[in-house]
Design a protein around this ligand. Structure first.
Ligand code: MOS
Length: 697
């Protein structure tokens, strides 16, 4: 990559193009898709955590007037591929976790489907289940690799020797909880199987990627891609849980195929989402740091233990950010998994980086305490000149500038002394770093057509609330050299050219890159005076992808915490982040991502916690009444700022991706602030008052 686009539309604070439709309620989400005479599906879920279905009695369900179809493992169609056990819906009698699908009822109304699903009698041969994660399990194993294709373990030098000889050596265990993505819109699909139609299967599915969704459905059902259309113009949030299709999508398609010509709607209930839509694995992180008296690290190590489901491996890359954040001659990262009788973990905002920046960023605060150093200075002292693991230079790295500007904006220099008291409240401030890799996917194509005096760009991209509807026209306008109002962008349909998933904060980087190439093609072919119907396409230019630099977005987050001296109640009146994420395409939608990510990070720090019941083998608090998320009353002043960063290496826009970095580091900064306020170091999330009370006097 070389020349950045001349920013005219890029960088403008434009309102969301889809905002009006959303506010008026005219934006149609998957379940609301207007279709003729829909039927409704309701899943039947396993009520044992491990075992085998021995008999299913559907007679009471089928006897209900209005019940159309009941599918069970013995009556459901045979799928073409059962390689992915999560998606091999109703293909075996085996039960791998409580809540796994064992049937589905389709009926004239959703209420009837639900009632009938309750009447399906399933008998099980129950086996003992094992669902408790711990570091001393004797069956922990090293996966072949961890997610995103990273090595499972890395090592350089001798961490043990460095720990033994260092002026200060610190070894601590931290843990993060199990978290469930809870987008407002549940996982939902409207499915139509019309065998006589040219495209027999249509899925209006809430997904972060219509093309990847279709590819998976085709593989599982044994269909050609031309036989399936996936449509998704709007998404009510996903956070990764809609980044890859889960069992509900396959179930919806199977239900529709059992009722040719009849559209079938299936929306998971909030409770069902807790076993079927993925979650972030709990992690246990053993962190080691060694340093000299000036704070220069001589060793940094993280050994991660986390879980996956026995039926399918998902290896969160929790140790990966430790490989590149700070300089140190001796380094080690490892990942070990326990395969348990639990639902299948999956993607959740900043997989890897989010949990993986918790332990190390708290450990650095503990080290700063031991050394009597400012935690901002400690981080700056360990700034690596090049990527420590690969030796590559940074495409751009402004972590130090983020820390300095954040400190200045936050008023860090005047931070209250430890255990500062303001009336009944103990007040403290904390800091942590943020990071997220800058990615671009290989496959995406954009098509630009001239029609009625406007440029229409089509690409199967997704807007999961992030702003794609608004930001892609900005990129296309600058690439074409026209006013943004003269560009219309259409997304969210496999009828448009292939697009990558909205994941890994790579959406705009990827789709924008394709748009830039398409615009160049268009101008090359038709010049500046095109005629109606002129059309050009462009793919992501893989040959131009820079491989010589380590590309990451960075940030620094500052937190003020107040802890009630008598009750231990924690309040966070101030969150302030400064980010270096390359060029910001739209400040309004970008701010929304940063602030949203930071708020979700606060939520992770104080509130969210999927409480696992090891007896029953399920999440006990599996609804929004008891799974607490940070709400308005919990959030004070949240500020997101960014540096004017120019990165010529990442892509034509110079953008680094902003959807995930906001959640990275927040929880560590909260823990560090709470420690400053109270003297109590909480090493296992969330920070609840019971963990503080005994330390308050
Ligand atoms: Mo994001 S968890 O990469 O969809």
């Amino acid at each position: 990559m070389t020349d950045l686009l001349e920013p005219r539309a890029i960088g403008r604070d434009l309102a969301r193009r889809d905002g009006v439709a959303k506010v008026r309620g005219t934006a149609t989400y998957a379940f609301e898709t207007p279709v003729e005479h829909p039927a409704y599906a309701h899943p039947v879920q396993a009520t044992v955590a491990r075992g085998r279905v021995t008999a299913v009695d559907t007679s009471a369900a089928e006897a209900l007037d209005g019940v159309l179809v009941v599918l069970t493992p013995s009556t459901a169609e045979r799928l073409a591929s059962t390689d992915d056990a999560e998606l091999a819906v109703l293909q075996t009698d085996e039960v791998g976790f409580r809540g796994q699908l064992v049937g589905v009822v389709v009926a004239e109304t959703s209420e009837l489907a639900r009632q009938a699903a309750d009447l399906v009698r399933v008998a099980y041969e129950e086996r003992q289940h094992d669902s408790v994660l711990s570091v001393d399990r004797d069956d922990l194993y090293a996966p072949e690799q961890v997610n995103a294709g990273h090595e499972t373990d890395t090592a350089e030098g001798d961490v043990g020797a460095a720990m033994a000889s260092a002026a200060v050596a610190l070894e601590r265990t931290y843990s993060t909880a199990m978290y469930h993505n809870n987008p407002l819109e549940p996982h939902a699909t409207t499915a139509l199987w019309d065998p006589a139609a040219e495209v027999p299967l249509t899925l209006w599915d809430s997904t972060q990627g219509v093309h990847p969704d279709r590819a998976t459905v085709c593989r599982v059902l044994g269909l050609e891609e031309r036989q399936v259309r996936v449509v998704c113009p709007y998404i009510g949030g996903g956070f990764g849980s809609k980044g890859t299709p889960h069992a509900n999508v396959v179930l919806a398609a199977m239900a529709a195929r059992a009722l040719p010509g009849r559209p079938v709607k299936l929306a998971l209930t909030r409770q069902q989402m807790f076993s079927l839509a993925g979650y972030r694995t709990p992690t246990i992180q053993q962190v080691q740091l060694a340093a000299d008296r000036s704070g220069r690290l001589s060793a940094i190590a993280i050994d991660v233990v986390e879980q996956t489901s026995r039926i399918k491996e998902f290896a969160e890359q929790t140790g990966v950010p430790t490989r590149m954040m700070y300089a140190s001659p001796n380094r080690r990262t490892t990942h070990r998994l326990a395969a348990l009788d639990v639902p299948v973990p999956s993607w959740m905002r900043a997989p890897g980086e989010c949990p993986g920046m918790f332990g190390p960023e708290v450990a650095l605060d503990e080290l700063a305490d031991e050394l009597g150093l400012d935690p901002v200075d400690l981080r700056i002292r360990n700034e690596p000149e090049v990527d420590p693991e690969t030796g590559k230079p940074w495409s751009s790295r402004h972590l130090v500038e983020c820390l300095r500007e954040g400190a200045q904006r936050f008023g860090w220099a005047d931070r209250p002394a430890p255990r500062h008291r303001d009336g009944a409240w103990l007040v403290g401030t904390g800091v942590a770093s943020s990071v997220y890799p800058t990615m671009r996917q290989a496959t995406s194509t954009a098509r630009i057509r001239y029609a009625d005096g406007r440029y229409v760009a089509e690409i199967g991209a997704a807007d999961l609330g992030t702003g794609t509807w608004t930001t892609l026209p900005q990129v296309a306008a600058d690439a074409l050299g026209v006013d943004v109002d003269d560009v219309e962008v259409r997304i969210g349909d496999t009828e448009y050219p292939i697009a990558s998933v909205a994941g890994g904060s790579s959406g705009l980087n990827t789709w924008g890159s394709a748009l830039v190439v398409a615009a160049r093609e268009f101008r090359g072919k038709f010049g500046r005076r095109p005629e109606d119907g002129d059309e050009a396409t462009g793919d992501v230019d893989q040959a131009a992808q820079d491989e010589d630099h380590a590309a990451y977005a960075f940030g620094a987050q500052f937190v003020e915490a107040r802890v009630h001296a008598d009750t231990g109640e924690v309040r966070v009146p101030r969150l302030l982040g400064v980010f270096a994420c390359g060029r910001i395409v739209n400040p309004r939608t970008a701010r929304s991502q940063f602030v949203g990510g930071m708020t979700m990070g606060l939520s992770m720090a104080l509130h969210e916690n999927s409480v696992w019941d090891p007896q029953v083998g399920q999440v006990a608090n599996h609804d929004l009444a008891e799974y607490h998320v940070t709400v308005n009353a919990d959030v004070g002043d949240v500020q997101a700022h960014w540096l004017d960063e120019h990165d010529p290496y990442v892509n034509a826009m110079g953008s680094k991706g902003i959807g995930e970095i906001g959640i990275v580091g927040t929880a560590a900064a909260v823990v560090n602030a709470v420690h400053r306020a109270t003297g109590v170091r909480v090493r296992d999330l969330p920070v609840t008052l019971d963990k503080l009370l005994t330390g308050l006097d």
